[in-house]
Design a protein around this ligand. Structure first.
Ligand code: ATR
Length: 279
């Protein structure tokens, strides 16, 4: 008797650009862990076409969408229902449909926190954290970071007013302050953790700031990733940092959170991170 192939589970990443994305590989490796018949596509969609593309994806039987730049705010606006962490972020990176309603989550912050704590063994509670950048990437992660109970989160940004506004928006969740890079000149003691989240890395640059913010004990984390050190990690190494990591683990951990949101199962991530690092 002819065997029927199992029904394909269709997921995709929607954004612009998306061609460089590792998400298809990551989700294929997750799906293999459970023998799920997953298909994961890349949908290169520019701004005005976003809403129609999402509607068409789900109308034609799609199961789950990841959303990346520039659509994370548009996805938030389009959703019928959001998780608490997506509402806090005001941005969405994961969508699914539930009885005709578009349900949205943001897994970026949870992915970052999980990579820092579970994979790198960083204790965030009571720590002093410096975040560089005040854009959408930071807004998406601040809630989960503040939930871990750090002593202080200082956000430094090229446009200081943007950092101050972001800090004001999140002040109900913990001790968070915004400033410009110049304001860090008065810092006399190093931070426990410095997280880079500006888009300067896209052009191989990095914000320069007071070297006294970084010591050998400071964990320096770049939310972006590259083969070898990023510009930020190179700068930190020269400033004396000895504990450094790029955001490969965050990429995989946020994907694991999305995978669970769609399929109800939690994939193992260590082997997938190792696979990306060795690719
Ligand atoms: P994302 O969603 O990636 O966070 P974004 O919302 O456009 O993108 O924010 C980009 C961030 O990178 C901002 O913090 C931006 O600083 P400004 O708010 O001053 O624009 C920062 N950024 C971009 N290019 C930079 C550069 N060359 N040096 C320092 N910061 C830079």
């Amino acid at each position: 008797m002819e065997q029927k192939s199992p029904v394909e589970l269709r997921c995709a990443l929607i954004g612009h650009p998306v061609a460089h994305s590792r998400s298809p590989l990551i989700h294929r490796l997750f799906a293999e862990q459970f023998s799920l018949p997953l298909r994961y596509d890349l949908l290169d969609v520019e701004g005005p076409a976003f809403n129609a593309a999402v509607q068409q994806f789900f109308a034609t039987g799609g199961l789950g969408l990841n959303v990346t730049v520039p659509h994370k705010m548009a996805a938030f606006a389009l959703a019928d229902q959001t998780t608490a962490r997506a509402a806090t972020a005001g941005a969405v990176n994961t969508l699914r449909e539930d009885q005709g309603r578009l349900v949205a989550d943001n897994t970026d912050g949870a992915g970052l926190v999980r990579d820092l704590t579970a994979n790198h063994g960083i204790e965030l509670g009571a720590s002093r954290i410096l975040i560089l950048g005040a854009g959408g990437a930071v807004r998406g992660c601040l809630g989960p970071i503040l939930e871990t109970g750090p002593a202080l989160v200082r956000i430094a940004n090229r446009t200081a007013a943007r950092a101050r506004q972001l800090a004001t928006d999140f002040t109900r969740l913990g001790t968070v302050e915004g400033c410009g890079y110049d304001d860090l000149e008065t810092a006399t003691s190093p931070f426990d953790l410095v997280i880079h989240a500006t888009s300067a890395g896209l052009t191989g640059e990095t914000p320069k700031f007071n070297r006294r913010c970084v010591a050998a004990s400071t964990f320096c984390y770049d939310m972006f990733y590259a083969r070898g050190d990023t510009a930020f990690l190179r700068w930190c190494r020269e400033a004396g940092a000895r504990r450094l990591a790029a955001g490969w683990g965050m990429l995989v951990e946020q994907a694991a959170e999305s995978f669970e949101f769609w399929h109800g199962r939690r994939p193992e991530t260590g082997s997938v991170i190792a696979r990306l690092l060795s690719a």
